[in-house]
Each structure stands twice: as C-alpha cells, then as structure tokens.
Design a protein around this ligand. Structure first.
Ligand code: NOJ
Length: 721
C-alpha cells in the first residue's frame, strides 16, 4: 500500500469505502441508461443508494472507446469523491481482433505466442478504456461436455501453468499504457463441475485439488497477476466466494496474494441459493471473512456491511484492507493521475484490426490448428481447376469463437473468403446442411453433391455452432449431428478428395468421422483470421503443428478421460486395448484408449526422434540431470514440432500418474534439418502432494519419456537419492 492511497482512504467515509467494493455494469453510467435519480437495467435490482451510485469502485462490460468516454465523463461529473472507476471487461481470446479460443492457443504449445496474443488484446482493450480483463481462465478441464473448456488450456496442470504465466505477462507487461491488469479465474476448480454441467457441484480430495487444479492459479499469482476471481461452484461444500480455506488460507496466507479478489457475477446472492448463507447480509459477512474484496453485480456489501460493522461482526479495518487493495490497483494502473487512462478513440480505430494484428491472429490460427487425420490427401495442390467449399460453417464469420468481446462476425474471414483470397474464382460454395445440433434437413445435400462432383477437391466445413461452447453451453452429445455425417457420406460418394475442416469449441467424440473422412483439420474456433488460416493450411501455405491439450474420447462414455491418470491395481495392458479382458479396469464395448491422446497432432512432414539420452542414473536433491533427444525433419516441408517431455514417479507414498508433462519445446526445422532438444531435471519438478499433504519429492525410481505425444514410451530411468 502506498502513502497516497492510505491518505485517500483516510479521507473516505465508511459508505464511500463500502461502495468501492461494489461492481455494477458500465452501461449504468451511460446518460441514456441512467438519470441521477433512477438506476435502470440489470442494476435496478441491486437497490443501491442513489446518492452513492457514482462512488461505485469498478464496473464491467462495455466495449468501445466512445461509450467508455461517455460513461467515464458521466460518472466523474456526478461523483462527489471523483475517485476514477476501473472499467473491467472479459477480454478472453482477443478484443476486436479475435484469435483462436484458448483451448486452441494452448494447442500451439507456444508460450511466446500466447504472450504476444495477450499483449495484442491488451493493447486493443486498453485503447477502448478497459483497465482490467477477466482473464486468463486457467481452470483445468477433463470433461468436454462443459462448454467452458473453450476458455481453458486443457487437462494438464503444467501446461496450464505455463500458459497462465505467459498470458498474464502478455496482458500486464510492465503495466504501461497498452497493458491491462489480468484477473485469473475461476478460483478454484470450476472446471471440475460434475457431469460437465456448468455451475454444478465440485467435490474432490484436497490432494487432487492441490495436485491438479491449483497449480495454474498459483502460476498466475507467481507471475504477478493483479486480481483473482472466485468460482461459482462449491468446493468441499462451500461456495468459493465464501470459502475461507481457499481464499484466506490458500490464496492469501499460503501463496501471499495481496491483490484484489473479486466474486463472479451474482455469486454473493448465489450463496443463499446454494444454501450456504441465510441471506444477503450473511453472504456479505462470509465473503468478507473469506477475503473477497469486490462483489460483482450484487449489493450485499453495499447494503449490509455498515450494519455488520455496527454489530461488531466485521471490523472497519477489514474493509479498509479491501479498499486499499482496490485503490492500489487504481494507482498502479495510473487512473489516479489520469482517469481516462489509455482510452483513445482515434488510436483505437487505427490499432484495432490493423494488418499486424490480423497477421498475428492468422499466425495463431495456423499454429493452433491440429491435423487429426491425413490419409495423404493434404495438403491440397493449389494448381487445380475447381475447389468446393461445402458445409454449414463454410461461409460464415461465426467461427471466431463464442467469447468475442468487441469482435464481429462480419469482420471475420470465413473459410470461403479465405479460399477465394488464396485461389480466386475457382472456389464455389454450397451449405450442404444446417448447423443446429438438432437439424434434420437434408434437402441441401443434393446441391452440395453436384458441386462436389464437378470439383477437384472439397473442403467440408463441419462441426458445432460457436455458441454451443462457452458459459452455460454444455452438451450431453458431443459427436457431429447425423445430418453432417449424411452430408459427408454423400459427398464422399461423388468425390474422394475431401478434407474436413472441423470447427469446435471442445474435444468431440468423432470416431465415425475419423473412420470416414480422408483428412481432418481441427480449426477449433479460430478467430478473426480463421478462414485465411484454414486456406493456408489446407493448401500447404502453412504446415499444421498444433497438438491437442485435451483428450478427444472415442465416445462420451469414456469421459472423464485424460492422459495423466493413475494406474489401477488391474490395469488393462495397452497391447490388449482392442480386446476384451475380463476383470481388468476396462469397458466391454470400448477400448480404454482415446481417439486422439493428449499432445497428439500430425504434420505434413515427418519428424524422427532418435538418440534419446539421460545424463545419469542417479540424482541428488541438489543436483540435476539432463534428458535429450535428436529430432530430425525427414519430410519435405519446413515445419514446427512440439517436443514433449514426461516423467513418471514409479512409486510413492501416494500413487502417481502414469506420466506427467514436465517440459515442452516448440522447434522449427527445415527439411533434413536436425536439432537436439534438451530438458533439465531438477528436484522441485519431482515434488507432489504426498500422503501427509506436504509438497515434496520422495526418493526412488523415475522414468523419463520424450516424444511427439503422451503415448510415448519411457527410454530411461534414474534414482532420486
Ligand atoms: C460470469 C463468468 O463466469 C465470468 O467468467 C465472467 O468474467 C463474468 N461473468 C463477467 O462477465
């Protein structure tokens, strides 16, 4: 805390302090939405004090420099204190220039790219008046039914932590003019909602929580993230926003986080619905005791904190602490000196969607795409006469992803646009079928087949509507709708040269597609430049290098399915996977293995891994070992490869996963080129939450793996002595 903010605090009344802890929508401050005496819109239910509405500390969600300035001016004009508010916003996978959904960015296995993308989003957002983004979302996910897997970086705690760090660094930079403060979310374990149903119960052991779910939030905290958002869900029976164990004991006391903690939208009131608090007043007490500073879109603090202080249940010092955190953030962001901060109408127009930003978005879409299957038909040759783009996702900009912030479908390059830009008039389009999950209309298939029959190759754009993933969008069926398979089958009957461009916000259970389609390029929801990237990849102008960070199941019945599982007492041997073996941990009607494992993704070139080396067979806690491999590009294309490094702790006081990702490096090799990739093993890397819940390593044997994906085999062992 600075002297300056301490002084400001001293000049504030208790009411003014309490209103700093309030967050409402920015549109409240648009003159047309609000008159000084009336609060309308979603905020009207909050019953805030009309006198104090212009003393509210922060607000959320409004895009555009002009409207931000309007809101700012109206606020400052009516505020008595004239304490500048902070404008916050969900800038999730880009601001105006959208890049692929975060599950896609993770598939790039490229920390630098993730950082650059966050920095680009921060620049666009800050020019629009945003000071804080509610990102990164780093919830570990194992259930593809959950719509919010699109915002996550997947199922691995190490990779999630790396992406969390890179993203926080990208957003926050040195907290300059073009940076925004990041808010890591949703603390904690929101990604473990039972049955993949949003907002649902989360229940797990403390060990699982600490081992898998907490590390990525911790990485964000270690990277200096300014804010943390609590999750909607309960953990061990207590809603996160009022969960003292999580917020006070772990986040604040154990990790030393002294930044701002904010609730999720309406979560204070939801404590009552959960049955964890009696009423709004009780929610205010519980959240304050847990250590939550800001309530988002409720008025529990605003209406009841004063009473709680008078009754001696909450001390004014507790409130002061929270207010100071918010004032300190305002100071760090520079709004105490310049309440407009970086908002700039002209510059924002120039910067948003500028060629450099589009180029970066395209690069990200190219590097995020995952080639799931290729029978050898890809890349297509540009030197053809006719190309058919077919499918419900072929001519729409609605592939930019569901959390589009300021991005617009009409500014997004569709696959058809991208193909035309690359190949000109040779490209024609037919929709083929509708996109809705319950669509049954097959009447457009004939026309699509006519086009396919007279074309040299077909780009079949299948998948799910972008609004089928994201908050509140969970699915119990994650295969393609039957009508899309009918389209595929009939197109294939007239033209075998078909590559499926798959658009999805989650891993899909597409065994049938894998069985039928000659090639599948998973584009995720690729953002503003999705169509250009798709065209470049399919026609060899770019080479796929993405690798999935969330397992694709063969069937939903296998879920949750993830690579870093424990063995069992009766594991089914990998070589028996396709057989039925009684009394092993297995299914009668499905193999155990997934359709596509974690870390999997193909290229147009081939990479040969040889000469695996481990520098020794024993390591002390102070020592290190190195593991290395030679990777050679033996194919015809210059390409990138994500080299993955895993370790298995063979025996522990608690059972250990079959392998765990401990490092990765993305390299680029020209045809014939070879590179040695080296990973250093240190003792902290071997620590885990042991039987008595201490985080330490245990002596014994460790296996070492380096490979293309999570199915790679161990090549050496060492002893930690
Ligand atoms: C609810 C979502 O869970 C959260 O991620 C988001 O930041 C807030 N709404 C604000 O929009």
């Amino acid at each position: 805390m600075s002297e300056r903010t301490q002084k400001i605090l001293e000049g504030m009344t208790l009411e003014e302090k309490i209103y700093q802890l309030e967050q409402i929508t920015t549109s409240t401050y648009l003159p047309e939405c609000n008159r000084i005496d009336i609060v309308t819109g979603p905020d009207s239910a909050l019953k805030l004090d009309k006198e104090l509405i212009f003393e509210v500390g922060t607000s959320l969600n409004l895009v555009g420099a002009e409207t931000m300035i309007q809101a700012h001016d109206y606020y400052m004009e009516h505020s008595k204190q004239k304490m500048p508010p902070l404008f916050m916003q969900d800038v999730i996978h880009g601001h105006r220039t959208l890049y692929p959904i975060n599950l896609g960015v993770a598939a790039s296995f490229d920390r630098g790219l993730a950082k650059d993308l966050a920095a680009m989003a921060a620049k666009e957002a800050s020019l629009d008046g945003v000071s804080v983004t509610f990102a990164p979302m780093v919830d570990l996910v194992r259930d593809p039914r959950w719509g919010r897997v699109m915002e996550s970086s997947g199922e691995d705690p190490y990779l999630n932590g790396e992406m969390a760090r890179a993203t926080v660094e990208g957003y926050q930079g040195d907290m300059g003019k073009y940076n925004v403060a990041a808010c890591v979310k949703h603390f904690a374990a929101y990604g473990a909602a039972e049955a993949g149903r949003d907002y649902n119960t989360v229940d797990m052991s403390e060990r699982t929580l600490r081992e898998y779910y907490l590390p990525a939030y911790k990485s964000a905290v270690d990277a200096g993230v300014k804010m943390v958002m609590t999750a909607f869900n309960i953990v061990d029976g207590v809603p996160c926003v009022g969960n003292k164990h999580l917020v006070k004991e772990i986040l604040r006391d154990e990790w030393g986080f002294d930044g701002v903690v904010i609730s999720d939208y309406g979560a204070f009131d939801e404590m009552v619905i959960h049955g964890a608090s009696e009423d709004q007043k009780d929610s205010a007490r519980l959240a304050m005791e847990a250590g939550c500073d800001i309530e988002m879109m409720t008025s529990c603090y605003a209406r009841y904190l004063k009473e709680l202080v008078a009754e001696g249940k909450i001390s004014e010092e507790q409130i002061d602490r929270s207010v100071l955190r918010i004032l300190d953030l305002k100071e760090t962001l520079g709004v105490l000196d310049n309440s407009y901060r970086s908002v700039n109408v002209e510059e924002s127009k120039r910067v948003q969607l500028c060629p450099e930003h589009r180029a970066l978005a395209r690069k990200a879409a190219e590097e995020s795409a995952v080639l799931l299957k290729n029978d050898g038909i890809l890349p297509f040759c540009k030197d053809v006469n006719r190309v058919a783009v077919i499918g419900p996702l072929g001519a729409t900009g609605k592939i930019h992803g569901s959390w589009h912030c300021g991005g617009r479908a009409e500014e997004t390059v569709s696959v058809l646009d991208g193909m035309k830009a690359l190949l000109g008039d040779k490209v024609s389009y037919a929709p083929g079928c509708p996109i809705e999950y319950d669509a049954e209309d097959t009447s457009m298939i004939d026309e699509a087949c006519r086009l396919a029959a007279e074309s040299d190759c077909v780009v079949l754009c299948l998948g799910e509507h972008q609004d089928y993933s994201g908050e509140g969008n969970c699915m119990t069926y994650i295969d393609l709708p039957e009508v899309q398979y009918q389209l595929l089958d009939r197109v294939l009957a007239v033209n075998k040269n078909v590559a499926v461009a798959l658009f999805t916000g989650r891993p899909l259970a597409i065994s049938r597609l894998d069985h039928t389609a000659p090639a599948i390029l998973n584009m995720w929801m690729p953002g503003t430049e999705g169509g250009s990237a798709c065209a470049n990849l399919l026609f060899g102008e770019a080479v796929p290098s993405g690798k999935i960070t969330m397992t694709f199941p063969r069937t939903l019945g296998q879920c949750p399915i993830y690579y870093n599982h424990y063995t069992t007492g009766r594991p089914k041997l990998e070589e028996d996977d396709l057989k039925r073996v009684l009394y092993t941990s297995s299914y009668i009607d499905s193999p155990n293995s997934p359709l596509y494992p974690f870390g999997y993704g193909l290229s147009y070139t081939d990479f040969e891994y040889t000469d695996h080396q481990l520098s020794g067979t024993a390591m002390t806690a102070e020592g290190t070992l190195t593991a290395s491999v030679k990777v050679k590009n033996t194919g015809k294309y210059r390409a990138k490869e994500a080299v993955q490094f895993y370790i298995r702790d063979v025996k522990g006081s608690c059972v250990r996963p079959v392998k765990e990702l401990k490092g990765f490096e993305k390299i680029e090799l020209a045809p014939g080129e070879e590179k040695t990739v080296t990973f250093t093993i240190t003792e902290p890397m071997l620590r885990y939450w042991t039987q008595n819940l201490t985080h330490r390593s245990e002596k014994g044997t460790f296996q070492v793996f380096i490979g293309k994906d999570s199915t790679c085999k161990p090549f050496a062992e060492f002893e930690l002595v």
